[in-house]
Ligand binder design. Structure first.
Ligand code: PLP
Length: 347
């Protein structure tokens, strides 16, 4: 990703426990790969992350800090994002109180109406520079709403607004692109990019082939297999019925492990290149798949089948579940035995 953005700094977003993959393992790998800037959503996430990165790494907190958390936030060297004039005033009060200039990121709302100062707020700051006294802005950022649709006019409009608003404020580096934004054009890279999902192999858009490598393989054990006759039914509600003789296997993964019930209709597992369609409803701890394509010997109890692999990734599971790869990753359950490959030992 860093190579792709040339001179822009490539930060790493590791919020939500590195998108469910385990920040304790993932953050050191990203730092080893050159990341010096990390983003999390909450102060608590930032405090926890400090144990897994070097003191040179800078951690930015996207939601900023509530007034009663500012002390912990800044004492730990975490950089808050200021998302409203209220947060600006709170940090200024804190700067006065401590007698120390406070480093911060300012977020501007350029069209998504979710986080950041409005155009009017920016004008207020421009008209009253004293509102920023005691605050040193080391980055001005915004976030794209439609970056996964590269041709959407909203992208260029948001970039235009960011540049126009920033021109009214103290000079600072700019950041706009997250994963998808990195792939819609160099103009969006500015000074710093903030990829999260792309680091974890999620496709940046649905219109072009995914240029990223998958990072997760997920396997489930076969608990049992059985042979069904025409008319036999499977699972809660007996919603699936065999049209002829077939073989089914029960796998030890269910919706409590992050495999959404709504994925049952078109989802599947894989074994040696064979597609094993999910049959009936997904249970909390198990799901049933059609293994008629395999011989009885090929798939005994205890065999592992793939739920995610290089050919069938988080975006494929997401398509079956009617969601996005992000949600598949962050929903992966806590019951999996997790094996990390090629990661530095945990300190
Ligand atoms: C989550 C988040 C990111 C990372 O987004 P991806 O699409 O996962 O790359 C970047 N910036 C902000 C403000 C975010 O909330």
């Amino acid at each position: 990703m860093a190579e792709k953005v040339g001179n822009a700094t490539c930060a790493a977003v590791v919020k939500a426990d590195a998108y469910g993959l385990g920040a304790a393992h993932v953050a050191p790998v990203l730092e080893q790969a050159g990341a010096r800037e990390f983003f999390v959503a909450h102060v608590d996430e930032g405090l926890a992350l400090k144990a897994f990165v070097s003191p040179q790494a800078r951690i930015t907190v996207l939601h900023g800090a509530r007034p009663n958390a500012l002390k912990d936030c800044t004492a730990a060297g975490l950089r808050p994002v200021l998302n409203s004039l209220e947060q600006v005033a709170q940090l200024q009060a804190f700067a006065r109180q401590t007698g120390q200039t406070q480093d911060a990121v300012l977020q501007l709302d350029t069209g998504m109406s979710r986080f950041g100062l409005s155009g009017q707020d920016v004008k207020r700051l421009a008209d009253t520079p004293s509102l920023l006294e005691g605050i040193s802005l080391s980055l001005i950022m915004s976030h794209l709403a439609c970056a996964d649709t590269p041709d959407n006019d909203a992208n260029a409009q948001q970039l235009e607004r960011l540049v126009a608003y920033a021109a009214l404020l103290p000079k600072a580096p700019l950041s706009l692109a997250a994963s998808s934004g990195i792939f819609i054009g160099d103009a969006f890279h500015r000074n710093l990019v903030r990829p999260g999902a792309a680091l974890y192999g999620v496709a940046p858009n649905q219109t072009r082939p995914n240029p990223l490598r998958p990072v997760v393989r997920l396997q489930a054990h076969v608990l049992q297999t059985r042979t069904l006759s025409k008319g036999d039914r499977v699972g809660y509600g007996l919603s699936w019925q065999a049209e002829g003789p077939c073989r089914v296997a029960t796998l030890a993964t269910g919706y409590a492990d992050g495999f959404a019930r709504q994925g049952a209709a078109t989802g599947c597992a894989w074994f040696n290149g064979h597609r094993l369609p999910i049959l009936g409803r997904i249970s909390m701890d198990s799901m049933t798949v059609d293994v008629s394509a395999l011989s009885e010997e090929a798939l005994a109890a205890d065999t592992l089948v793939d739920l995610l692999n290089d050919q069938y990734g988080v975006d494929d599971v997401a398509a079956a579940e009617g969601t996005i790869g992000y949600e598949v990753l962050t929903s992966l359950g806590r019951r999996y035995h997790r094996v990390y490959q090629n990661t530095p030992p945990l300190s």
